[in-house]
Design a protein around this ligand. Structure first.
Ligand SMILES: [Zn+2]
Length: 334
């Protein structure tokens, strides 16, 4: 609907895909409170983080609130519902499948629970979703191979991609070639975290491994050759500005390289990463693009279009979402 006066287009109504979000870190705060109370757990999460380790400790604490298949199904459903509420037509949450081994069971069981919950959420909420199965670098290459095999055996209608999370400096991506090859041979898109705390060297190594997207990837802005290489590729960076500042990967929003990446012609999507811990959302990151970075609606629409184009969504969903994005932009907003 056209708006009056100086009001601009409604960012919630802009179709978009949420491509970089961690399942547990995307839990609603009220759900965490309810589950913690139910378990008699003290659950006070910090509002600020001293560093990544501090953040990760809080993430692990939140993880402990999920103690049953029912909790996990609720989490998956709410993640899809929240994405839809922010205007996403597609969502790709990431999960390390052996996150709940003690409380619920092994990764094989977790995958079945999450797959059922995702299918049900898609039907009920009415948007598309696929899981990114992620390996944890800190647990080493052998465990990553196990995660890749789990992902490769899963239903491709539910699993779209394979990721890598955690310490990219201590555990270089080359150590995970075997896991990445298993996932890639199974037809999964490779979407590792890289270039968050790592520098251009880590990113350059990542680019050599056939990745479809890079989660974060902001270090590329520090290297012109890398920027050009990315701009000439079909690789999308799944950027999370609020997260980057919260964990100290970037000093401030003013210093954030998002404009540099876009100016260089790099494909970028905007994402919340861990809304529970950073107090942000998919929509708030789009609002930030307008309010803090001063992006035009044309530039914001291009970000939304990149998120759709580089998602693992089926072609008909992509094509209809892109049509709707163009329609959103064609509406003058005046
Ligand atoms: Zn992340």
């Amino acid at each position: 609907m056209p708006q009056s006066g100086t009001a601009r287009r409604n960012l919630r109504e802009l179709p978009k895909a949420h491509l970089h979000l961690h399942m547990v870190g995307s839990m609603r705060p009220q759900t965490l409170t309810a589950l913690a109370e139910e378990a008699g757990m003290a659950m006070v999460l910090p509002e600020r983080f001293l560093d990544f380790k501090h953040f990760y400790t809080a993430y692990t604490l939140a993880n402990r609130a999920i103690r049953s298949a029912e909790h996990l199904s609720r989490l998956v459903f709410e993640v899809v519902e929240d994405a839809a509420a922010d205007g996403a037509v597609w969502v790709e949450p990431t999960l390390y499948l052996d996150s709940f081994t003690e409380a619920i069971g092994p990764g094989e069981l977790i995958l079945d629970i999450v797959a059922d919950a995702l299918r049900s959420a898609r039907d009920t909420v009415g948007i598309g979703a696929r899981l990114i199965v992620s390996a944890d670098r800190d647990l080493g290459p052998a465990d990553a191979v196990r995660q890749a095999r789990l992902a490769a055996r899963g239903d491709p209608d539910v699993i779209g991609a394979f990721g890598l999370v955690n310490d990219e400096l201590a555990h270089p991506i080359e150590d995970f070639r075997e896991a990445l090859a298993i996932a890639s041979n199974a037809g999964l898109a490779l979407v590792p975290h890289s270039g968050e705390f790592g520098g251009p060297d880590q990113m350059a190594a990542t680019l050599g491994l056939g990745v479809a997207r890079i989660q974060h990837g902001i270090a590329a802005a520090r290297d012109n050759a890398l920027l050009q290489r990315l701009a000439g590729s079909e690789i999308c960076l799944d950027v999370c500005p609020t997260s980057n500042v919260a964990v100290g990967a970037v000093e401030s929003l003013d210093a954030h390289p998002l404009p540099t990446l876009l100016d260089a012609g790099v494909r970028v999507s905007l994402n919340a990463d861990d809304s529970l811990l950073f107090g942000c959302s998919l929509l708030s990151e789009y609002e930030l693009a307008r309010a803090a970075f001063g992006f035009s609606d044309r530039r914001i629409a291009a970000i939304a279009e990149a998120s759709i184009a580089h998602s693992t969504a089926p072609a008909p969903l992509k094509s209809s979402a892109v049509t709707d994005i163009h329609r959103w932009l064609a509406d003058s907003g005046q």
